[in-house]
Write a protein that binds this ligand. Structure first.
Ligand code: NAP
Length: 243
């Protein structure tokens, strides 16, 4: 039997680094992505070339129907197996100050974070609870802890994700399933490449952006047996930017 880890948004950025790291820890990684198939195929190949095992499972995390269809398909192809680590990582930014924010900018960001969290986790946690084994790790953000101007949509979604992490952790703690959130500061990925890096670096006590691999190391620890007594936490990884 393989140990499976589902990583949403596992084809690029932080999710890809998480997938590579969890594959090294012995998980068969299930990489979700939305549309960039070339990036997903490349991530799968990289993992396999390092001796790991990876599968692709494309679907839009903001769509309840797409989630259910993809997970039905996965379960049918893996009878008797289950996902024992879930990393709810897929996320997007659509920044705008509130007075100019469109309905679409609000809906897209909130639905990507919250629908993805709810509809995927509800299915996956049901089996984890039965098996008395599971790790759920939700990729929140510094923005969800402190609030960022131009991000009422993103801050709201990430703060809600942290709240849901704490509530679910209490529901499943006795069944040996842990639920934690990670709150990264600025991490160098496609998501942050449009920012003024030189200016922002000066605001960070460590004077640099974090790397996806540094976030992946924290995910790997939370997913490990050694982290069995940590649950309901939102753990910051931000170079000292806000603690
Ligand atoms: P990224 O480089 O932009 O990668 C985003 C990933 O999410 C891609 O694999 C993308 O797939 C996938 N994705 C986007 N929308 C999706 C959807 N609707 N359904 C399925 N997959 C979807 O982002 P990142 O910087 O690695 O960020 C990863 C997570 O960390 C996000 O939740 C983000 O909010 C959070 N975070 C990032 C930072 C940072 O500084 N980078 C800081 C704090 C928190 P496609 O390639 O198919 O589009």
């Amino acid at each position: 039997m393989s140990k499976y880890a589902l990583i949403t948004g596992g084809s690029r950025g932080i999710g890809k680094a998480v997938a590579k790291r969890l594959a090294k820890e012995g998980y068969t990684v299930v990489l979700n992505y939305q549309s960039n198939q070339a990036a997903a195929e490349a991530a799968k190949q990289e993992i396999e070339s390092e001796g790991g095992q990876a599968e692709l499972l494309p679907f839009d995390v903001s769509s309840k129907e797409a989630i259910n269809q993809a997970l039905d398909q996965w379960e049918a192809a893996h009878p008797g197996e289950y996902i024992s680590a879930l990393v709810n990582n897929a996320g997007i930014r659509r920044d705008n100050i509130m007075v100019f924010m469109s309905d679409e900018e609000w809906d897209k960001v909130v639905n990507t974070t919250m629908n993805g969290f709810f509809y995927i986790t509800r299915r996956v946690v049901t089996t984890m609870v039965k098996k008395r084994n599971g790790r759920i790790i939700n990729m929140a953000s510094l923005s969800g802890l402190k609030g960022m101007p131009g991000q009422t949509n993103y801050t709201a979604a990430k703060a809600a994700l942290i709240g849901a992490t704490k509530a679910l952790a209490l529901e499943v703690a006795a069944r040996k399933v842990t639920v934690n959130a990670i709150a990264p500061g600025f991490i160098a990925t496609d998501m942050t490449k449009d920012l003024n890096v030189d200016e922002l670096k000066q605001t960070i006590p460590m004077k640099r952006f974090g790397t996806a691999e540094e976030v992946a190391a924290l995910v790997a620890f939370l997913a490990s047996d050694e982290a069995a007594y940590i649950t309901g936490q939102a753990i910051s990884i931000n170079g000292g930017l806000y603690t």
